[in-house]
Design a protein around this ligand. Sequence first.
Ligand code: GUN
Length: 283
Amino acid sequence: MGAIIIDGAAMARQVLDEQKAASGQLAQRGCVPGLAMVLVGDDPASAVYVRGKERACREAGVLSFDARLPAATTTAELLQKIDALNGDARVHGILVQLPLPEHIDAVAVLQRIDPAKDVDGFTWRSLGALLDGHALLAPCTPSGCMLMLERAGVPVAGRHAVVVGRSSIVGKPAALMLLERNATVTICHSHTPELAAVTREADILICAAGKPRMVTADMVKPGAAVIDVGINRLPDGKLCGDVDYDAVSARAGWITPVPGGVGPMTVTMLVHNTVQSAARLAG
Ligand code: GUN
């Protein structure tokens, strides 16, 4: 029997509708949630991502404030911009689209964001809170993965979850969230020997390695839930995930497609975090 496909696009729409209702209620109390999106330079992929995020905001009744800055912007100028957004009462969430141009001190910029408006969940304050089990605003991609598991009815408590990838944006926070839900968690990465032997033990397998189709069917336990965070562009221009979808979906219990899986949920969680931040800041 084939795996249950967790339809991220459909789930994202549902969550976006819920956020629309929540932002409508806030608007009635005089607080329209607002998200500032800072885009430095003209990286075409980043521009596409930002447009998608703007569209999701529009659909959920969230205002988006577009802050486009030239590629030559200095770190000091960008810090000034962040300070202005931190102090702007219309703005409840601040997103600095990554990657930033190389000459900019990305760490300094991201850490300047007021943690109360850190809808990406990248500040050390947000990540520290997550580590200690008191999440403020949590990173969007792993939050989206967790919501997909929850709404698909995948049991987490007491199960073995394996996360492939250890980035601060996905792998590490995903591991913390799974731990918070009482999974036994293993993190694997590029230095892990016998990766397949570890992934075969996973009841839940989160793949965030950024390597096209690296997770093959023989690496997956029959019946496992496989969440594919990878978005890789193949030489023919098509998108594929980190999971060999066709082969793995014949063996897994649940699987997320690429595109149409984790990607739309990530954007939706950004809207969710902005509405949550607005509700907190509105008191
Ligand atoms: N670039 C790629 N992924 C992300 C993300 O989740 N947040 C931001 N701000 N930039 C990104």
